[in-house]
Design a protein around this ligand. Sequence first.
Ligand code: DC
Length: 656
Amino acid sequence: MSAAFLDLPQFVSAAGTLRLPGSKSISNRVLLLAALASGRTEIRDLLASDDTARMLAALRTLGVGIELAGDAALVVSGVAGELPVRAAELFLGNAGTAFRPLTAVLALAGGTYRLAGVPRMHARPIADLVAGLRQLGAEIDYLAGDGFPPLLIRPPRHSTAAVVRLRGDVSSQFLSGLLMALPLRGVETTVEIVGELISRPYVEMTLATMAHFGVAVQRDGWQRFTVAAGSVYRSPGVVHVEGDASSASYFLALGAIGGGPVRVEGVGHDSIQGDVRFADALAAMGAQITVGQNWIEAAAPAAGAADGRLHGIEIDCNDIPDAAMTLATVALFASGPTTLGNIASWRVKETDRIAAMANELGKLGVRVDSGEDFICVHPPAVDQLLRPAAIDTYDDHRIAMCLSLAARGAPLRINDAQTVGKTFPDYFERFAAITRPVPVVAIDGTSASGKGTVAARVAQALGWHYLDSGALYRLTALAALRAGAGWDDEAAVAAIAATLDVEFAGASIRLAGEEVGDAIRSEEISRAASLVAALPAVRSALLFRQRVFRRPPGLVADGRDMGTVVFPDATTKVFLTASLETRAERRLKQLIDKGIAANIRDLVQDLAERDARDGQRSVAPMLPSTDAELLDTTDLTIAIAVAQVLDWVNKVPGKG
Ligand code: DC
């Protein structure tokens, strides 16, 4: 898997409507039952994702006919309980919704199959399911660790066992998988749950899907489930997959923490997914929730209620284990702590989700307490002000999606963001369409074009933050000089850039605690800054450091690549130029004011050389963005240039 990060700007609000991708849990159940059924099933709105791709590939390997029917539909030709391929090796990635039910089905199918996944899948327990299946005569061997995949399945021994005892407190997928496989036996079979059954809504989803395919399971409380003799799956013809209620949780949460309203379409009143109850949890935190037939909408608490702020809650999350993760991030924006209880199953999911959440939320500078089966998140003291952080995602789609919501309180870097493909490949595009990031005015231009002065004044006029990105290259050059690193030692200079200990406060700039505002303006450092700025590794080391300046209410950033590379989504982009002679005269005046001797001929030559280097380097060359406003300041006073930029800023719709 490629290691790609995604930088998320802090956002100030969220609103809009989105059509949800299909439910992962329903998609994989429907695919499996359509494959086992008699008749052809047309499946509409199936989720296209890594997990469903695993199930589809496995079914094809097993000889099930699957064809595309237009854009959003598939036709599965059911095998009527007899899989054509009797020996196969299946690789199921980290898809629990494929691995568990296929284990059950293949154990009763009468062939020889090897089931494997990614290393994490091999660390997720499956012993309870295997123990249950063995009671029905299944022949299953562990190929590595006892109790864990990979598995070797051989044809089952003949068995007339009528009762299976199954533990229900590790994963409800064991029961779901077993129930879906039982019609293959032909004889009446009862599953008796030992201990407590967790994640019950997922079992209800299984029963609803089985019923749709003609098999009614007789349920006795949550202890006994009976599949009658002669139960067979029959295609219902056409099946529509509901939108994914777990995926909905991120967008409902955006509505609650970002003002809203945010409406998700594809789940509503009649959903068979337990995770729709996430909306009740948001409501308990004070969010305004409205539910329709096929949609749910969320908005922040009404202005009158508790200052329009969410409040922390204590909640038992047994019924909504996946969506509950989203509450852990919403908790960052509530008043008072939030405790999520009864979440021990988090520890055996795509990663140990309790540990992962505690680590990553902790990076934002908040206190997180956790134990075997709970997590408690304490919001920051200052509302919505979190520490910018690089978030690790543990190859877990939900960690990536949950933590993205923290961008309401800080700019974030999400490492390995592509992991969302497991269930929601275009998650971040949808996220960007719903959220409004902190606005940025990008002011690029040549040295001495006046951009520094203009940018600082524009920032002051707007009351926004100001980033002098050139100062970061200058500081890197100064730090490298002090550390004795050569200008061409790219790795060494990049390491210095990555760990610069700088502090900007008004006009003061401190490097490792020492005031260096003047030191970084010397001609030697000006030249060196231009040299280190040409090193690609230095530029990438400074990227996130620049992006974290983007905090509410807004940022004015000046440099060479603000509008092209660092803030390509800037709300206003300006490129300043001035004639070489004018710029040299401005620089001469600055130097004389500082008592530094200089002559105009040398300055013209020096500026021309630097322009050439900044404009021709291989990465982020100084070029106006195609959507930038050009401003030639040769004959303009600073006041007029500032007024012009402010005029452009004010023309942007929805500014501030
Ligand atoms: O703007 P300045 O003169 O302080 O910039 C110092 C050097 O850093 C200059 O040679 C260009 C380089 N720089 C850059 O490459 N990209 C930026 N965004 C800002 C400055």
